[in-house]
Design a protein around this ligand. Structure first.
Ligand SMILES: Nc1nc2c(ncn2[C@@H]2O[C@H](COP(=O)(O)OP(=O)(O)OP(=O)(O)O)[C@@H](O)[C@H]2O)c(=O)[nH]1
Length: 549
């Protein structure tokens, strides 16, 4: 948890940058010596390995400290050298090492001139968040401190390790996630078989593991996966992407039961499937009148349809084809249940809009697993389509749909819910003063904070630009006001830094609940929350206003 003052943190970040700049000088001296030696003895493997290791270290850290051009160049040379060193024969190819060094120095000078430094940090806040704990394994101490600050700024608490071997001696609170450099240990075993090393290292650890590293190769990702990693992030780390990924990983979305529609005229078989699938936790509706297809799909909104291939008076393939003609069902997965052995008919059925066949008699365990897998994939696809890439929140159309859907739901199952409109104050000034990229960082920080502070069941969206909409389920306006106020204060406590200057931003919000205005439909509720936001703006900003009836 960060409890330092803003000034001391700013100073620490600056000290880290200066320290890194100094280290680059030493690294370049080392490179100079190596290149000189290689000029005399171009295929000396020891020197080449040392050069590779120097490049590797620089490629992993330069970009993080704002030396983007240097980072890109050194990564390019590192990967050439890495390929050459993998060859079983001694190196036949000779590289223009002296030219490489010149290029790196030119890139360094260009970076030093532009000196782009963008960061974000948090000053002391009286609010104590339930901060998820990240264990960070990074051998490079400067980088370790830098990443720690950045992660803390986004509301994570961090425990750092300089070698993965030290993880085992740690009896303290288990972490929510481990972020580890894939070269994060000096153990010899890591060099000989990295996958085995990491598998051993994490075999008693029960939390997600994210690897990071300078290599952007397929093999680096594959090794991370085989080592038990849930992801691989390339350095320099994109902190916005990383923190957003972490927030999602640690606080996964509540998994709603899979919704399956079975279209089958053999009622015994349909009921048998239904009870099997329901036992596996799915919601199942059976349909035996093909004419009710559209109505049932519209009402039940299934994730997937299991379709008998031969129904009275109509084929399953015709049903699939009819569905495909309606835009919103064009991509709904349809799996045929059939004992049809005629290959031509099976092909026809697939071409008419089915996705797969499951053979009758049905292997129920296989069917359950297939349905789970297909639904997971189709939901993931939907989620990425509905998600705003900068904040990870729902896009405009999806949050509007969420309000509509929830409003309809509470007409059937009465329950209170709140609608909130949020807007960053004087955001135009942020863009005008610090540039659009910094503006984007501020927007994405709102996204991360919202996702950290609200429940998984709440619907959180980016309404547009710097405006956000929340649908808080089972929450009165009074509760919504206090939650939004807490979030507003936490946001105001974030100290952003850009080009050596630091600044903070505030939010205004408008809140309404459906009990306050029982005759309002979803659009009207949204408009009321927006009017309340307008009030907040016009009575001084940095505040939350309740809608008036
Ligand atoms: N960086 C960035 N800026 C955006 C984005 N979308 C909208 N904006 C900018 O957000 C600013 C919104 O400005 P205004 O609507 O005038 O409001 P404001 O400056 O926040 O002032 P108040 O809302 O009255 O406090 C505009 O300058 C838009 O260009 C975005 O995705 N990224």
């Amino acid at each position: 948890m960060i409890k330092a003052s803003s000034n001391s943190l700013t100073a620490r970040m600056e000290t880290l940058r200066i320290a890194y700049n100094k280290r680059l000088k030493t690294d370049f001296k080392e490179l100079d010596i190596l290149v000189e030696r290689l000029t005399d003895d171009a295929s000396n493997t020891e020197y080449l390995k040392l050069l590779h290791s120097c490049f590797h270290k620089m490629a992993g850290s330069a970009g993080t400290f704002g030396f983007q051009q240097l980072g890109r160049k050194v990564r390019e040379y590192e990967s050439l050298l890495s390929e050459a060193l993998k060859a079983p024969q001694p190196l036949h190819e000779t590289f223009p090492f002296a030219d490489w060094l010149d290029d790196l120095q030119t890139a360094l000078k260009a970076d030093q001139k532009s000196n782009p430094s963008v960061g974000i940090e948090t000053r002391q806040s009286s609010l104590s968040l339930e901060e998820p704990l990240i264990w960070l394994v990074e051998r490079d101490t400067i980088l370790q401190q830098y990443l720690t600050h950045q992660l803390q700024s986004f509301g994570f608490s961090v425990k750092s390790f300089s070698d993965a071997l030290h993880l085992a001696d740690n009896p303290a609170k288990p972490p929510d996630c481990i972020l580890v450099d894939h070269h994060g240990s000096q153990a010899k075993a890591l060099l000989s078989d990295p996958v085995l090393f990491w598998q051993e290292c994490f075999k008693t650890i029960d939390c997600p593991i994210l690897f990071m590293g300078a290599e952007e190769s397929f093999n680096a990702r594959l090794n991370a996966l085989r080592s038990g990693g849930h992801g691989y992030f390339v350095k320099p780390l994109d902190m916005i992407k990383l923190t957003s990924f972490l927030a999602q990983l640690i606080k996964p979305e509540k998994v709603e039961p899979e919704r399956l529609l079975i279209v089958e005229d053999d009622q015994d078989l349909a009921r048998h499937c239904q009870s099997y699938l329901e036992q596996a936790g799915m919601q199942v509706v059976c349909l035996d009148h093909p004419q009710a297809l559209f109505e049932t799909v519209s009402h039940f909104n299934p994730d997937l349809i299991l379709m008998d291939l031969w129904l009275p008076d109509i084929s399953g393939a015709e049903m699939a084809s009819l569905l495909r003609q309606v835009d919103r069902w064009a991509h709904m997965p349809v799996i045929y249940l059939s004992a049809e052995s005629n290959v031509h008919l099976r092909h026809q059925a697939l071409l008419m809009g089915g996705d797969a066949f499951v053979e009758k008699p049905l292997d129920m365990e296989f069917l359950v697993r297939l349905c789970q897998d297909r639904v997971r994939r189709v939901r993931h696809l939907k989620q990425t389509q509905n998600q705003d890439s900068l904040t990870g929140l729902l896009k405009h159309a999806s949050i509007k749909e969420a309000i509509q859907n929830h409003w309809e739901y509470v007409q059937r199952q009465p329950q209170v819910f709140s609608v909130v409109m949020l807007d960053i104050d004087h955001f135009k000034r942020v863009n005008d003063t610090y540039g659009h990229a910094v503006g984007d960082l501020v927007i994405s920080a709102v996204g991360t904070l919202l996702r950290q502070r609200f429940r998984n069941t709440d619907k959180l969206g980016r309404y547009g630009g710097e405006e956000f909409t929340l649908v808080l389920i089972d929450c009165t306006a009074e509760n919504a006001m206090s939650m939004v106020n807490a979030m507003r204060e936490a946001f105001a406590a974030i100290q952003f830094t850009a080009n050596g200057q630091s600044f903070s931003c505030t939010l205004s919000a408008g809140v309404v609940d459906n009990h306050l205005c029982p005759d309002d439909g979803p659009e009207a509720l949204l408009e009321r929350a927006d009017n309340a936001l307008y009030n907040a703006k016009h009575t001084g900003r940095n505040r939350t206003c309740l809608a008036t009836h």
